[in-house]
Design a protein around this ligand. Structure first.
Ligand SMILES: Nc1nc2c(c(=O)[nH]1)N[C@H]1C(S)=C(S)[C@@H](COP(=O)(O)O)O[C@H]1N2
Ligand SMILES: [Mo]
Length: 316
C-alpha cells in the first residue's frame, strides 16, 4: 500500500498524541523480568503453526472459483509489522511465537473473557470457507480459509445494549517485530480495525484460524485473524489479541494514516475510485488479464442489506 514516504511523515498528522504517549507508558510499565521471561520462550513454542485441521465442514458461502496456490498466498503478503514489501512477511515472521496466545474480548459485554487459542480452536465447528479476497491495491486472490463466524465468539461474551461497534487490535511487540515502527512502516502500531456490530455479527465475517486445511502460517496472521471478504483486504486484521465492544466508531489504522485513500467502511465498490487506485478492475494473482471488480466483491446478495439507505460514495 502506498501512502506518504516515512520521511515526509509526521505522527501528529495521523494519530492523537495521547495515543502514542500512552503506548510508551504502557511499554515502560512492563517489568523487566516479565520481558526477559517472554524472550526466553523457545522456538518450540511455535507448536501450533502448520498443524493439520481435520473434519472441516463445507460452507455454502464458498466460491467455486479456482483457489490460488498455497505458495502464492503465503509469499505475497501485506503484514506491515513484518515489513512493507510483499515478500518480507514470509521471511521476517518465520519465527513469530504464536503460543501461548490469548485473545481478550471485553468492553460492553456481560461476560468479558480471555480466550486461549486452544479454546478458540474448539469454540465452534471449524468450516472451510473459500473466499475471494480483494486488496485495495488492485490484486485479488481466492483462499480456502478455515474458521467459523466471528458471531460465535461474540455471542460467548454477551454484548450489552451499549455495544454498537467492535474494535480489533493486532499483536505488537518490537522484539518480535523490529520493523513495526512508524518511522519504518509509516503506520501507527498496534494495527487496529473496527466494524459496526451488525457487520461483525454477519455470518460472512470469519474468524479464521487456518488455511488450506492447516493452522495459519505466521505471515497470514497466525494464530487467529479476521477475514471480511466484502471489504478491502486491510480490514481483515491479522494476529488478533484484543476485541472490544464499544459505543462509538473505533479508529482504523489505514484510515488514520490516510483518510481519502482508505475509508472507514472500505466495502469493495467498483464505482468509488480511490485517489491512487482505480477500483473498477482487479488482477487475480497468477493471471495476466484484469477482471471487473464486483460490488461488495461479489457478496452483495449477502451483505448489501447491511448498508441499505447509506450513501456509499460518502461512506466509502
Ligand atoms: N495486523 C495487520 N493486519 C493486516 C495487515 C497488516 O499490515 N497488519 N495488512 C492487511 C492487508 S492490506 C491485506 S491485503 C491482508 C492480507 O492478508 P494475506 O497476507 O493473508 O493475504 O491483511 C490485512 N491485515
Ligand atoms: Mo491490502
Amino acid at each position: 500500500m502506498l501512502i506518504k514516504k516515512p520521511a515526509d511523515f509526521r505522527y501528529s498528522e495521523i494519530t492523537p498524541k495521547s495515543l502514542y504517549v500512552n503506548r510508551r507508558k504502557f511499554l515502560a510499565s512492563i517489568p523487566a523480568a516479565a520481558l526477559a521471561g517472554h524472550e526466553m520462550l523457545s522456538p518450540s513454542r511455535r507448536a501450533l503453526a502448520g498443524t493439520k485441521l481435520a473434519n472441516l465442514a463445507k460452507s455454502p458461502f464458498s466460491t467455486t472459483e479456482k483457489e490460488n496456490p498455497y505458495k502464492e498466498v503465503t509469499t505475497y503478503n501485506n503484514f506491515w509489522e513484518f515489513g512493507t514489501e510483499k515478500d518480507q512477511p514470509a521471511v521476517q515472521a518465520k519465527n513469530f511465537r504464536t503460543e501461548p496466545w490469548t485473545v481478550s474480548v471485553e468492553g460492553a459485554v456481560a461476560k468479558p473473557r480471555k480466550f486461549a487459542i486452544e479454546e478458540i480452536l474448539k469454540l465452534a465447528p471449524l468450516e472451510e470457507r473459500i473466499y475471494r479476497h480483494r486488496c485495495v491495491e488492485g490484486w485479488s486472490i481466492v483462499v480456502p480459509w478455515v474458521g467459523y463466524s466471528l458471531s460465535a465468539l461474540l455471542q460467548q461474551v454477551e454484548p450489552t445494549a451499549k455495544a454498537k461497534f467492535v474494535a480489533f487490535e493486532s499483536y505488537w511487540d518490537l522484539r518480535q517485530m523490529p520493523l513495526a515502527k512508524p518511522e519504518i512502516a509509516g503506520l501507527q502500531f498496534p494495527y487496529v480495525e473496527g466494524l459496526r456490530l451488525d457487520e461483525a455479527m454477519h455470518p460472512l465475517a470469519l474468524l479464521s484460524v487456518g488455511m488450506y486445511e492447516e493452522t495459519l502460517p505466521p505471515q497470514d496472521g497466525a494464530p487467529v485473524r479476521l477475514v471480511l471478504p466484502w471489504k478491502y483486504g486491510f480490514k481483515s486484521i491479522k494476529s488478533l489479541v484484543k476485541i472490544k465492544l464499544v459505543g462509538g466508531q473505533p479508529p482504523c489504522t489505514w484510515n488514520l494514516a490516510n483518510p481519502p485513500m482508505y475509508g472507514w467502511y472500505s466495502n469493495v465498490n467498483p464505482n468509488v475510485d480511490n485517489p491512487r487506485y482505480s477500483q473498477a478492475t482487479e488482477r487475480r494473482l497468477g493471471e495476466f488479464r484484469r477482471r471487473p471488480t464486483l460490488m461488495f466483491n461479489g457478496y452483495a446478495d449477502q451483505v448489501a442489506s447491511l448498508y441499505a439507505g447509506l450513501d456509499l460514495k460518502k461512506n466509502y
